[in-house]
Design a protein around this ligand. Structure first.
Ligand SMILES: [Fe+2]
Ligand SMILES: [Fe+2]
Length: 258
């Protein structure tokens, strides 16, 4: 007997309490130039010269070894998604801000090497956040979240912040991440990302469900390719949703797949 998936089936109206967020953020810094943001805030992290430089370098270096975009756009999209998930589930404002910080810094370890970038990034973030006045407890939460975001490095959800970072990171699949200008030489990662024309995260607090809704151009990449790459990411996302006492749903082109 086939398993009946919980949650809305295609065509069904969404639950009344569902909040959704387009999972793609533009990279304009909203801070007025020359104005120093208050210490120990997400804005202070974003405005920090060292952070800006290292995210820029991490992006350049991952590009040099053939990875999709890992810079300010991905950092900000992940930060926005992680804080949105916790806020929609009713977590307090400070925890949402710490989730944004952890998500913003989660790939900064790529400034050292791609391999073990979660662990390197956790250690780099320690000094950054100490200088910016975050508490030791907050820094510990951020370090744990960064070190545990990567499925290929044994990452596991270890806190609510960590779970939100995992889901927001794994959900950032979009054509704007592809840097290879030649479609004829796309690899599978390029194709899958290029095929995704929209990504949306939806959270229903009442139904206790987190949904990733994607629109994928199957002429660019068949859904099988998506699964080839994303199966492990989606299973870590499901684990992260469970940590937040939620189920995880994946809808591609209006078809419920998970
Ligand atoms: Fe990563
Ligand atoms: Fe990432």
């Amino acid at each position: 007997m086939s398993e009946v998936l919980p949650g809305p089936m295609p065509g069904e109206p969404p639950p009344a309490d569902e909040e959704s967020r387009t999972h793609r953020t533009e990279t304009e810094l909203e801070l007025p130039v020359g104005v120093k943001p208050p210490m120990a805030t997400f804005h202070a992290v974003r405005a920090d010269e060292k952070v800006r430089s290292w995210i820029r370098s991490a992006n350049q270096q991952t590009g040099a070894i053939g990875y999709t975009e890992h810079g300010e756009r991905h950092a900000l999209t992940t930060a926005d998604g992680a804080s949105f998930i916790l806020k929609a589930l009713g977590h307090d404002a400070r925890r949402c801000e710490i989730a944004a910080v952890a998500a913003y810094l989660h790939d900064i370890g790529n400034v050292v090497t791609r391999e073990k970038h979660g662990q390197t990034g956790a250690l780099l973030s320690k000094g950054i956040l100490e200088d910016l006045g975050f508490t030791f407890d907050e820094i510990a939460t951020v370090m744990g979240a960064i070190a545990n975001h990567e499925e290929s490095e044994g990452g596991q959800p270890v806190s609510a912040v960590s779970a939100a970072v995992i889901i927001a990171d794994k959900s950032d699949v979009h054509r704007s991440r592809v840097r290879n200008p030649k479609t004829t030489s796309f690899d599978i990662h390029d194709r899958v990302n290029y095929a995704a024309t929209s990504a949306e995260i939806k959270v229903s607090r009442r139904e206790k469900r987190i949904t990733l809704q994607l629109t994928v151009d199957t002429a660019v990449s068949p859904l099988m390719e998506y699964f080839e790459i994303f199966l492990t990411r989606m299973s870590l996302s499901r684990k992260a949703a469970e940590f937040l006492h939620c189920s995880f749903a994946l809808i591609i082109n209006d078809i419920r797949l998970l």
